[in-house]
Design a binder for this molecule. Structure first.
Ligand code: HEM
Length: 452
């Protein structure tokens, strides 16, 4: 199955870019940073104003940087600048003892064992979304917005027992504003150390004040009424109990953690669902196979968790969409001290990239890498190379929500595609653009028809 011609991967440059071109590409679409040759080599080294940047594709090198010697590398100043306005000191950006403490608190709440009640809650939100989409069937639907609202609702209900519909519009507006103005780094964002504010950091500071007010309103809504089905504790209860003795600092950290988990927990999954829908719109036969797999199953709150095990094909579709359109296109680190990685000497301060976008389309790691082929992920298919498939990263900082995201996305696709046939109503290209996450350059209209 070919990648549809209406989905256009941006062309990789034939040669390394000049520093001016790098600046433009970093602002417009970093998917075009690495050359065509990077898609078949073990690494690529580029320079930028006297500094080196390394892209690693070799499994050993990736393992060294992200797993074995992860402690010798840290998050980059540019990532901190772009993400800090949203997540503050939360799990995504924290380091050292604070990170270990946050990780220990949060990881068990999203582990496979903890998923059944969360998937029951997710099923409720999916049921409501299905009803809304059924009412809109026949007309044009913005599935990007619908998937963002649904993923946010699932994140809010499962982790924090709070309904998010009243906040979704404002959150989306703030997101769009940030990706237009603040998530496109300029020269000073790239070269100034994090301790020295760049001019854009001031705009980010003001943006953060508005964002924090929104999160504050979500927390106030949760404090007023929790929509918990049972009396069990949710992530919010756990965080609040752990931080309550720490006064104002504890309250700030609670707010940052809620913001982190809401944002990291919904935007990436929404994009996974959007790209899956776009691929499936071009492949009605794959839609039919999902519908056939899902039809006999109970996907409601009672049965959702148990049914997930019986959706291997739907899950393979999710995995393949994550391969072709990884929401996190690059995992970037900065070397704290000089490091020898394979044959490469990585100077102190140099940037090291592991790019799921490049890895997942690498010509030596995948057969027919641009082909949409969910079968690659079915039991019995040839094994996938270790470190060739990293939509959730790897090592100590691997995505804490990976199992949750896979379960959620599988459940949403199974529920929607057994109910609806999905088609696009235009054929103009949709281009992936990596601005913090891998977003489409526009939200194409879809049409849903109730499946017979
Ligand atoms: C398809 C959906 C998702 C994708 C593709 C994704 C991808 C990633 C990746 C690549 C990382 C590692 C970043 C790095 O090493 O620098 C990461 C970390 C993280 N993710 Fe996800 N993620 C997804 C869903 C979620 C969900 C559902 C949650 C929460 C419920 C979540 C919360 C986080 C957090 C808190 C971290 C930071 C972990 C740490 O640094 O210890 N993500 N994610």
């Amino acid at each position: 199955m070919s990648e549809p011609s209406s989905m256009v991967a941006p062309a990789a440059p034939a040669q390394a870019l000049s520093w001016r071109q790098v600046l433009r590409v970093v602002r417009e679409n970093p998917l075009q940073l690495w050359t065509e040759a990077a898609y078949e080599q073990e690494y690529e080294v580029q320079g930028f104003l006297g500094r080196k940047r390394f892209l690693l594709n070799a499994p050993d090198a990736i393992q060294q940087v992200l797993v074995r010697e992860a402690g010798h590398f840290r998050r980059t100043a540019a990532s901190i600048r772009l993400l800090r306005p949203f997540v503050g000191q939360g799990l995504l950006l924290s380091e050292g003892a604070l990170w270990r403490r946050e990780r220990r608190l949060i990881a068990p709440t999203l582990a496979p064992r903890a998923l059944p009640p969360l998937m029951a809650e997710a099923a409720r939100a999916i049921g409501a979304a299905e009803t809304r989409l059924a009412a809109a069937a026949g007309g044009e639907v913005d599935l990007l917005a619908a998937m963002q609202d649904l993923s946010l609702e699932i994140a809010g209900r499962t982790m924090f027992s709070v309904a998010t519909d009243a906040f979704a519009g404002e959150m989306r507006r703030l997101f769009i504003e940030a990706s237009e103005r603040l998530s496109r780094p300029d020269l000073l964002d790239l070269v100034l150390p994090i301790g020295v504010p760049s001019p854009r950091d001031l705009a980010r500071f003001w943006f953060r004040r508005r964002w924090v007010r929104l999160i504050g309103r979500i927390i106030a809504a949760r404090e007023q009424s929790a929509i918990k089905a049972g009396a069990g504790t949710d992530l919010y209860d756990l965080l609040r109990a752990a931080l309550s003795a720490e006064g104002k600092a504890g309250a700030r950290l609670l707010r940052d953690e809620v913001a982190t988990m809401l944002i990291a927990g919904h935007e990436t999954t929404a994009l996974t669902l959007f790209w899956s829908a776009l691929l499936l719109a071009a492949h009605p036969e794959v839609q039919a196979r999902i519908a056939a797999e899902a039809s006999p199953l109970d996907l409601g709150p009672e049965g959702a968790a148990a049914s997930l095990e019986q959706l291997p094909y739907t899950r393979a579709v999710v995995s393949e969409a994550l391969r072709l359109y990884p929401p996190a296109a690059a995992i970037v680190r900065q070397a704290i001290t000089e490091q020898q990685v394979g044959d490469l000497v990585i100077p102190r301060g140099a940037l090291v990239f592991v790019s799921p976008w490049v890895l997942h389309r690498h010509r030596r790691l995948w057969a027919a890498p641009t082909r949409f082929d969910p079968e690659r992920f079915l039991p019995g298919a040839p094994p996938i190379g270790r470190f060739a498939y990293l939509p959730f990263g790897t090592g100590p900082r691997v995505c804490v929500g990976a199992q949750f995201a896979l379960a959620e996305a599988t459940l949403v696709l199974a529920s929607l595609f057994r109910r609806f046939e999905v088609a696009r109503t235009d054929s103009a290209p949709v281009v992936p653009v990596s601005l913090v996450t891998t977003q489409p350059n526009r939200a194409p209209p879809f049409r849903l028809r109730l499946r017979r």
